[in-house]
Structure formats: C-alpha cells, structure tokens
Design a protein around this ligand. Structure first.
Ligand SMILES: Cc1cc2nc3c(=O)[nH]c(=O)nc-3n(C[C@H](O)[C@H](O)[C@H](O)COP(=O)(O)OP(=O)(O)OC[C@H]3O[C@@H](n4cnc5c(N)ncnc54)[C@H](O)[C@@H]3O)c2cc1C
Length: 416
C-alpha cells in the first residue's frame, strides 16, 4: 500500500487526503491547527465555489452543506463612474448555483472526518527542517505540501515568467454579517460585484457561517488609495472597528448598497479578516537539503488575488487533478519528473487560464472588456457566458481576455 504525506489541512490538502483515503491509500496529514482551533478561529476566505469545483467535492461525498448554504444564482456586476453614480449593471445568471461555506465550518468538519476515516492526523506546524528529516527517513512514497501561503512556500522558487507582480495588488478586508437586506434589483442570492475604477471593488457574497446564512462584505482596495483603510493595521483589528470602516466606505461610494445595510451586524465575535499578499506562481517541486523532493499543491504554487473568487476553486480542481495523477501512476515512483509533469498538466488544463484572467482583472478594465460589459446589459447570452467563466475560466480565453476574439464574438452575437 502506497503511503502519502500531506502537509496542510485546507481546501486542497483535506480534499486530496480524503480522496486518496477513499481510494484505499495510506494517508498521513499534518495540520497546524486542530478542528476546534479552526472552528473557533477567524475566517480565512470568502470561499465562493462554482459548480465544477463543487462536483469534485460531491464525487467523494464531501458536500455536507449543500442544503444549508444559500444557492448563489449568479453575479451582478456594477460599475460606478464616480462616487455614488452607477454607470452600468447587469445580472449574470449561472447555469447551476455556486456556494460559499465558511472554511471554519468546512475544514473543521473535514478534519474530523479525516480522523474518523482512518487518516493519520498529526497536529504540528511543520518546518522545512521537519520535512527534510521526514523525507530522509523515506517513510512516504510521496509528500505533498498544501500549506497555503505560509512560510513553507519558501521551499518553492517563484516563477518570474508566470508571476507579473512583485507586490500586493489589493488590500483585502472581509466582514461576515447578518441583517443585509436583499438586493431589490435581484432578490435571489447572488454575488454583488461593485467595481470602482481606480479605487477597487466591493463584493457582497451570500454564505453559510456558524450562525446560519449570512452575507460577506469584502472590500478589495487598490494599495495606497482611499479605500485602503486597513493598511496601517498590521495585527488583528477590533471587529466592530473593521465593520465600521467597511460600512463608512459603502455609505460614501455605494449608497444603493448602504440602503440595504441599515441593520447590519457581525455574525460572531471573530467575523473579520484583513491582509494582503503578492499574487505568485511557483515552481512545483521543493528541494530539501537532504535530497528530498516535495510537490506543491494549490495556493503554495498558484496564489492568485481573490478578485475573481477562484483560489478555493483552483484548490479543489488541483486536488482532484493530483488525485487522478496519483491513481494513474499505479506502483511507479513519484519522482521529480512525475511531480513536474503533474503540475504542468494542471497548469495547462486550468492554472494558466485562471491566473491570466485574474491578473488581468487587477488592471484597469481595457476598452474591449468595458465594451463586453456594456453589451452584457443588452444581451443575456453575453451575461451568461461571463458568469460561466467563473465556473470554467478556460472559456474566457476564447472571447473575454483577447480584444480581437472579443470583437469577433460581439459581431457574432450582434448578427454581423
Ligand atoms: C480575503 C480572501 C477571499 C477569498 N475569496 C475566495 C472566493 O470567494 N472564492 C475562492 O475560490 N477563493 C477565495 N479565496 C482564496 C481561497 O481561500 C484560497 O485560495 C484557498 O483556501 C487555498 O486553499 P489551500 O488548501 O491551498 O490553502 P489554505 O486554505 O490556506 O490551507 C492551508 C492550510 O495549511 C495549514 N498550514 C499552513 N502552514 C502549515 C504548516 N507549516 N504546517 C502544517 N499546516 C500548515 C493552514 O493552517 C491551513 O489550514 C479568498 C482568499 C482570501 C484571502
């Protein structure tokens, strides 16, 4: 029986561990935090996940919150031209609903399930030195590092050709709230995507948290700009103060959202998160001093800005891709070439499109994208195709991110 070690119990690490276990592998999982610490901790994401990614969870019976999480029926992009003045808005329905289940609930539960299903779980904040010692003992056939954006990424070299940014492109500020009134323009649960050119974005995301269905108010602020009000706060902020800044900015820039937010309150006493990071793609294989080789998974090797809400989706798809690659490998060694090939196949199938699109969305919207968004207000087919891109970003390469293809598509839908 092949033995696999996975470091990191997040979306990717847990999903891969549970999938491998279900397929009969002997799995050891190292987690920096216990289920109770995760459950009673601070939020880590807004984690909106689309159908293709949810299917990878459903395939292994991991979709425990299907009936409780609000079904997200689509996105409603809204573009402001100046403070409080809306230039453009449209509904972009999804074929099948998305969902956002608070990672505090999901990861705590999956970690308990891992123990119940016979995965050896070791609670330890693993260091590079630990991994060096572990890989030299040769106990595992394969070691996968799925530890998110933490210190262990230092083992994996940055890939400059795939990483255009050297600094964070947004300050991120998240507040989980109850009491937000439904959007009168589209009362069903959907993601409100409010773009403020030159300043940043506000996302309003329906989600499931400890206290039931809620909304997440998520500001993405261009660093140094007027929305970047969390920049000076390096440690944790008093959650009520965080919420007050969130609402102040909403009142100032998005009065139609403020009108829905009169009775907003935090969902719990740890309902906020703020921070920033540099979008980075890394080389997939980490080399340890003693000669050990480890394979990076999800955020470790592809950490995109959350502006397109894709990180958890990419993590789920990557976990599924790696799982298939392990199964297909049979009894052959998980050597460095296999590790590189596994990542490169994932990069080609998914990583490249999602990374290119996400990095483009961090820039001012180019004229062809403005044109496409404008056309979406008149034509639901375009709006639907835009929404479908969040489920499968590969399609966006065929029309959205390329000015010539965008023009050809617009001519086609306009019957030219
Ligand atoms: C503000 C914000 C909003 C987001 N919104 C969305 C969204 O709407 N949709 C979406 O798809 N994605 C979103 N994302 C991205 C998404 O949350 C991540 O991409 C996803 O969680 C990555 O999964 P992962 O398993 O790679 O890493 P993580 O979820 O970060 O999990 C890594 C795990 O490893 C553990 N760990 C770290 N270091 C060690 C160590 N040394 N030893 C042992 N364990 C360790 C951590 O404690 C953690 O449990 C958002 C991210 C942020 C920050």
């Amino acid at each position: 029986m092949r033995k696999i070690l996975i470091v990191g119990a997040g979306q990717a690490g847990l999903q891969l561990a549970l999938g491998l276990r279900a397929e009969g592998y002997e799995v050891t999982l190292m987690s920096a935090r216990t289920p109770e610490e995760i459950r009673t901790g601070w939020p880590t994401s807004t984690q909106a996940m689309f159908d293709l990614s949810l299917n990878t969870e459903r395939a292994y019976g991991l979709n425990h919150w299907e009936d409780q999480a609000p079904p997200i029926h689509g996105l409603r992009p809204q573009l402001s031209v100046e403070k409080g003045r809306l230039a453009l808005a449209f509904n972009a329905p999804l074929e099948r609903p998305a969902q956002s289940t608070d990672q505090r609930i999901k990861m705590a539960h999956w970690l308990e399930a891992a123990e119940e299903r016979g995965i050896e779980v070791i609670y330890n904040a693993v260091t590079t030195q630990d991994l060096d010692a572990i890989t030299q003992l040769g106990r595992y056939d394969l070691t996968v590092v799925a530890a998110g954006k933490g210190d262990l990424v230092a083992m994996f070299d940055r890939d400059p050709a795939r990483s255009p940014y050297t600094e964070p492109q947004r300050g991120l500020a998240v507040a989980y709230v109850h009491g937000l009134e439904p959007d009168p323009e589209w009362p069903e649960p959907h993601v409100g995507f409010h773009a403020l050119p030159g300043l940043g974005e506000l996302f309003v995301i329906p989600a499931l948290t400890h206290t039931g269905p809620c909304d997440i108010l998520f500001w993405e602020a261009i660093p140094g700009g007027p929305l970047d009000r969390w920049a000076g706060h390096t440690g944790r902020m008093v959650p009520e103060e965080h919420l007050e800044i969130t609402l102040e900015l909403i009142r100032e820039h998005l009065p139609w959202v403020a009108a829905r937010a009169a009775n907003v309150r935090l969902t719990d006493d740890k309902a906020t998160l703020h921070g920033r990071y540099t979008p980075t793609v890394r080389q997939p294989v980490g080399h340890l001093p003693g000669g050990g080789r480890v394979l990076g998974l999800a955020d470790v090797v592809i950490a995109n800005d959350p502006i397109t809400g894709q990180g958890s989706n990419t993590a789920a798809k990557a976990a599924n891709h790696y799982l298939r690659a392990v199964l297909a490998r049979g009894d052959q060694p998980f050597d460095e070439q296999w590790m590189t090939d596994t990542f490169e196949a994932f990069w080609t199938a998914h990583g490249q499109a999602v990374t290119g699109w996400t990095n483009a969305m961090l820039q001012p919207l180019p004229p062809h994208v403005q044109q496409l968004l404008g056309a979406s207000t008149q034509n639901e087919e375009i709006a639907r195709r835009f929404a479908a891109g969040f489920n499968d970003p590969n399609d966006l390469l065929n029309w959205f991110v390329d000015p010539e293809k965008a023009a050809a598509y617009l001519a086609e839908v306009n019957g030219a």
